[in-house]
Design a protein. Structure first.
Length: 328
């Protein structure tokens, strides 16, 4: 499993907590500033992460990528946006040449070229989003807005956290987030509030973002189809090995309203940092220990880390005590 090495690029999830160390679910969406709307990120782990992403797609293609036949036009729209974002942000790494409908996308990091007739699925071996998505470390979910809800119609996801394109395809936003055990002070389910917020506020040219986080026990992803593999590993964690086995999994999420299809694209930039890696930033170590010590059980159950939260907190407590002794 890869781990972030440049912590300046790591989307630490608790930095906005200024007073106290209590984390609670909330609608933490914020609009991206005009000069920060590009979701493409190249980290030092780019090649390693792309390699693993493609391995997962090859090993379980039906689990990692799903779409409905009528989504081809939407997929082309998203593929076009992603290629242009890559070229705009990293012109030294990516190039897009257009000769009418004959397009060529070049990835200089991987030394790969994709040539196709834009809009013509017969000119490529994979579906548009599956093809272009393999050049980016991020995952992609495309949801269509109808009947005052959002419905999942395309998903290209290799780093799932209790999610599966195969399982969730066709579900509404409410169905996917049904297990979220939180309501507002007025009794409105949090998932419903977030869904309504996305529908009303994510407009073409006005993308939004938020941070989601979880803990993983020596796993890259936890999808439903592989529960028999990763489920038991959660019970292997103890206060001695938690530093190595348990990782803070952070999703930096971006939300774009596609101007032609009106669908909402979810872009998920997933990064990992081990519990022992937190020592590189002592303030992160102390805050993470305080937050995890206070996590409500319903939240731990929902996120799936109840079996190993106690030994993880014990490990962090020991690390904080050692750090305090060193700084005296």
């Amino acid at each position: 499993m890869f781990e972030s090495t440049n912590l300046d690029l790591f989307p630490y999830p608790f930095k906005t907590i200024k007073e106290g160390n209590n984390y609670r679910y909330s609608n933490d969406l914020r609009k991206l500033e005009l000069n920060h709307t590009n979701c493409v990120v190249i980290t030092p782990e780019y090649e390693k992460q792309i390699k693993r992403k493609r391995e997962l797609l090859r090993e379980q293609p039906e689990v990692r990528f799903q779409s409905f036949p009528h989504t081809m036009e939407m997929q082309w729209e998203v593929a076009e946006m992603l290629m242009q974002l890559a070229v705009d942000k990293y012109p030294e790494h990516f190039q897009l040449e257009k000769n009418g409908n004959h397009w060529t996308f070049r990835n200089h990091i991987l030394n790969e070229t994709e040539s196709f007739i834009f809009g013509d699925a017969s000119s490529i071996d994979l579906e548009p989003l599956d093809l272009i998505g393999r050049h980016f470390t991020t995952d992609f979910v495309l949801m269509v807005h109808r009947d005052d809800n959002l419905y999942l119609e395309v998903a290209h996801e290799s780093y799932a956290a209790l999610f599966s394109p195969h399982w969730n395809k066709g579900m509404s936003f409410d169905e996917i987030h049904g297990p979220v055990p939180f309501v507002s002070r007025t009794g409105v389910p949090l998932a419903e509030r977030v869904r309504n917020f996305l529908i009303r506020n994510v407009l073409p040219g006005e993308p939004w973002t938020r941070i989601n986080w979880n803990l993983m026990a020596n796993r890259w992803d936890v999808n439903y189809e592989t529960f028999d593999t990763w489920g038991p590993t959660r019970f292997l964690v103890n206060s001695e090995n938690a530093g190595e086995l348990v990782r803070l999994r952070v999703e930096e999420q971006f939300f774009y309203r596609m101007p032609r299809s009106n669908a909402i694209l979810f872009v998920l930039n997933t990064q990992f940092l081990s519990m022992q890696g937190l020592r590189q930033r002592p303030e992160w170590l102390k805050q993470t220990y305080s937050i995890l010590s206070d996590i409500p059980k319903p939240m731990a159950d929902y996120k799936g880390f109840t079996p190993f939260i106690e030994p993880t907190v014990e490990y962090l407590k020991n690390q904080v005590e050692q750090l305090n002794l060193q700084t005296k």
